[in-house]
Design a protein around this ligand. Structure first.
Ligand code: PLP
Length: 369
């Protein structure tokens, strides 16, 4: 079987986890601080706050930047559901804007018409590892006094005009689930340059305690969104290897692009000028008439493939019911969700397995055409 993704875990992670287990300090210890400090240094942000998932990170970023019930959050329907759910957690409203066909990211030209007196946030998602077009997004935010929370859960070390994704807005959020470019098993990270936002995130993740408080004194209603020492220890080792992982992913993506070039019926992902891609997944687009069959035939041959993101967020059952979203609302996102399939993609994938993926896809497409 050739899996879709697979984390790269070495003896460094294993040894470090064993050390933590032997140390007796399993939460709120030195590994958490080390991970946060090294992460903020790598990103060039003042503060980094580790949490137990990317979803928790998105929730706390919005909460710490002052989201209120009834606020509107402009975001994309072509993403993993957590990026819109985090607004709903606070009884705010996700307001969707359609995406660009070539980058799959929120279309900045369509943002202005959705801004009104209730709009408080823009939450762009750097889909599949490529940055959104941030200049016009940041400009719209500045002109309308909106805050920007970047969902960089798929785009660690991707850059836009030389700037790291996640560091351009008021806060940025990363995720470390095992299929991401680096993992802590479960985990996430918030980065920000605001001291107050950082302090609030730290308080909210730890049951609303403040830094200088006694253990059983709670300043506000908080959560248990803490990252434990075992996850943080894995994170420290993965962070060390991350630049190498991204370099390898670029090489693999280029190899796929090369091999798939010119195949009838396959449209390849494009990289916008000024962007450095960090390749969360490797997507290709095929005709919607055959996409689902191509996926199931690949799976039957032992090659994992999936439709991404399908359905779009606005067509998830809950969003149809509660926000009244329907088919046709965001035609570009919907078309992408009917045509994109992702292929096996991870650092240790063997060259011969990549050939098998490409040749099998070729054969299937020829037959289904
Ligand atoms: C993975 C991901 C998340 C959430 O991450 P978890 O750690 O699974 O909670 C959020 N947004 C996007 C776009 C993601 O891909």
């Amino acid at each position: 079987m050739i899996p879709l993704s697979r984390p790269t875990i070495g003896k460094e992670e294993i040894n470090s986890v064993v050390k933590v287990l032997k140390s007796g300090i399993l939460s709120l210890g030195p590994k958490l601080e080390e991970f946060e400090e090294k992460f903020s240094r790598l990103m060039g942000s003042k503060y980094a706050i580790a949490v137990n998932s990317g979803t928790s990170g998105l929730h706390l970023a919005l909460k710490s930047l002052g989201i209120n019930p009834g606020d509107e959050v402009i975001t994309t329907p072509f993403s993993f559901v957590a990026s819109a759910n985090c607004a709903l957690f606070e009884n705010a409203k996700p307001v969707f804007v359609d995406v660009e066909e070539d980058t799959f990211n929120i279309n900045p030209d369509l943002i202005k018409e959705k801004i009104n007196a209730k709009t408080r946030f823009i939450l762009p998602v750097h889909v599949f590892g490529q940055s959104c077009d941030m200049d016009p997004i940041l400009k719209a935010a500045r002109e309308n006094k909106l805050k920007v929370v970047e969902d960089a859960c798929e785009s660690i070390l991707a850059t836009y005009k030389g700037k790291n994704t996640g560091t351009m807005g008021d806060a940025g959020v990363f995720a470390f689930y095992p299929n991401k470019q680096m993992t802590t098993a479960e985990g996430g990270m918030i980065v920000t340059n605001y001291e107050k936002t950082s302090a609030l995130c730290k308080s909210y993740r730890n049951q609303g305690r403040s830094d200088n408080m006694q253990w059983l004194t709670h300043q506000r209603i908080g959560y248990n969104y803490r990252m434990d020492e075992i996850n943080a220890a894995i994170g420290v080792e993965q962070l060390e290897k991350l630049p190498g992982f991204i370099k390898k992913r670029k090489e693999l993506a280029n190899a796929y692009l090369d091999e798939l070039k010119g195949i009838d019926g396959v449209t390849l992902p494009k990289i916008r000028k000024g962007n450095e891609h960090s390749w969360f997944v490797f997507p290709v687009m095929v005709s919607e008439k055959i996409r689902d069959r191509a996926i199931s035939e690949l799976n039957a041959m032992g090659i994992q493939s999936k439709a991404y993101f399908h359905p779009c967020i606005h067509l998830q059952p809950f969003y149809r019911e509660s926000l009244g979203c329907k088919e046709g609302d965001f035609p570009v996102a919907e078309k992408l969700s009917r045509t994109i399939m992702i292929l096996p993609f991870y650092e240790q994938i063997k060259e011969k397995d990549m050939h098998t993926v490409v040749n099998s896809l070729k054969k299937i497409l020829r037959r289904l055409k």
